[in-house]
Design a protein around this ligand. Structure first.
Ligand code: NDP
Length: 320
C-alpha cells in the first residue's frame, strides 16, 4: 500500500503520515551505518520526514543523520528534516533550558553545521520557557526563517494558551506563524491532542507531528513478560522508562490490544501506530526504532489504517 501524505496543518508542506525520528537510538543504539539503514528502510516505505533535536545524544544524533542523508545520496528537495531547541548542549546560562534570542540564533546554525545542511525544513521550540517572553521567541524563530536557516517553525509540548499567544503575536507583527506542535500521542497519552488543542486545529490551522506512538515500546507488547535485554528500558540512564513500561495495568491492556491486533492480522505495534494516524488532526506520526526489522514492521502500519473501522476504534477506546 502506498504511503499517504498529509498537509502539515494549514501550511502547504506535505509530510508522510508515518515518519522517523532519532531520539534515544542514534548514538547510544545505532552507529552511522545502522542509522542510515534504518532511515533507508523508512524511505523505501515512502517516509519523507526525519525528526531530530539538538539535544539528542548531545548533538551526535544530528551529525549521524546528516551523514545518513549523504550516505543514502538523497536529494535535498526530496526529504523534510527537523531539529528542536530548548535543552541545550553547552553548560552556560544562555545555552540551557531557554528560548531566548541569543540561544536560538546561535543554536540553529550550529545544527546546520553538524548536519552539513544549508537549511532545516522544520525547527521547534522543544519546550516552553517561562523565563523568556513569548514575543522574544517568536521574533527569533521568525528571524531564523528570514535568514534562510529554516522554512517553518513550531512548538513541542507547549500548552494551548502559549501556542495561541505565539500565533497572535506573529499575526500582529506580520511574522512567520508557528505551523505545528509536537506532542506525545498514543493510546495511553491523549489529553493534549484530543482535548486541550481541540480548538486550535480550526482556529489557527495547527498541524501535529506526534511522538512516541508506542509509548517507548510498551504498546508493542514487548514488555508483557519483563524487560528484554536489548530494549530501551534496559538502557542505562533510562530508568524512568523502565518504570513506565513495567506498569502492570498498562501491560494488561496491551495483552488485550494484542488480541484485537491478531484479528486484524497486525502486530500490536502496527495497530498502535495506525491508531495514531487515524486521527485526522495528526499530520505525521513520528516512529522510532533500534532495528531495521522494526522500521519495516512499523511502516507497514499504513496497511492497518484502512482496517480501523469505527467498531474497532470503539473497542480500543473502551480498553484505554
Ligand atoms: P516509540 O514510542 O514508537 O518507541 C520506539 C522504540 O520502541 C524503538 O526505539 C524500539 O526500542 C521500540 N520499538 C519500535 N518498534 C518496535 C516494534 N515493532 N516491536 C518492538 N519494539 C519496537 O517512539 P519514540 O519514543 O522513539 O519516539 C519517536 C520519535 O518522536 C523520536 O525519535 C523523536 O524524534 C520524537 N520524540 C520527540 C519528543 C519531544 O519532546 N518532542 C520526545 C520523544 C520522542 P528498543 O528496540 O530499544 O526497545
Amino acid at each position: 500500500m502506498d504511503m499517504e501524505h498529509r498537509r502539515l496543518g494549514n501550511s502547504g508542506l506535505k509530510v508522510s503520515v508515518l515518519s522517523f525520528g532519532s531520539w534515544v537510538t542514534f548514538g547510544p543504539q545505532l552507529d552511522s551505518g545502522l542509522a542510515a539503514d534504518c532511515m533507508a528502510a523508512a524511505w523505501d516505505a515512502g517516509c519523507n520526514f526525519f525528526d531530530n533535536a539538538e539535544a539528542y545524544a548531545g548533538g551526535e544524533s544530528e551529525r549521524l543523520m546528516g551523514e545518513a542523508f549523504r550516505q543514502n545520496d538523497w536529494k535535498r528537495h526530496e526529504y523534510v528534516v527537523s531539529s528542536k531547541y530548548y535543552w541545550g548542549i553547552h553548560d552556560t546560562p544562555n545555552t540551557k533550558f531557554t528560548l531566548n534570542r541569543k540561544y536560538l540564533l546561535d543554536a540553529i546554525p550550529a545544527s546546520l553545521e553538524r548536519m552539513g545542511l544549508e537549511y532545516l525544513d522544520l525547527v521547534y521550540c522543544h519546550r516552553a520557557d517561562p523565563d523568556t517572553p513569548i514575543e522574544e521567541t517568536v521574533w527569533a524563530m521568525n528571524d531564523a526563517i528570514d535568514r534562510g536557516w529554516a522554512l517553518y517553525w513550531g512548538t513541542s509540548e507547549w500548552n494551548a494558551d502559549e501556542i495561541r499567544a505565539a500565533h497572535e503575536i506573529a499575526e500582529r507583527h506580520h511574522l512567520h506563524k508557528p505551523v505545528m506542535e509536537q506532542p506525545q500521542y498514543n493510546m495511553l497519552t491523549r489529553r493534549k491532542v484530543e482535548k486541550e488543542y481541540a480548538r486550535l486545529y480550526d482556529d489557527i490551522g495547527l498541524g501535529l507531528t506526534t511522538w512516541s506512538p508506542l509509548a517507548s515500546g510498551l504498546l508493542s507488547g514487548k514488555y508483557i513478560d519483563g524487560i528484554p535485554e536489548d530494549s530501551r528500558a534496559a538502557l542505562q540512564g533510562y530508568e524512568w522508562i523502565k518504570d513506565m513500561v513495567s506498569d502492570e495495568e498498562a501491560n494488561d491492556k496491551v495483552r488485550k490490544l494484542r488480541d484485537i491486533a491478531e484479528e486484524l492480522d497486525a502486530t500490536p505495534a502496527q495497530l498502535a501506530i495506525a491508531w495514531c494516524a487515524k486521527n485526522p488532526n495528526v499530520s505525521t506520526v513520528i516512529t522510532g526504532a533500534s532495528k531495521v526489522d522494526q522500521v519495516v514492521e512499523n511502516m507497514r502500519s499504513i496497511e492497518v489504517l484502512s482496517k480501523l473501522t469505527d467498531k474497532t476504534m470503539e473497542r480500543i477506546n473502551d480498553l484505554f
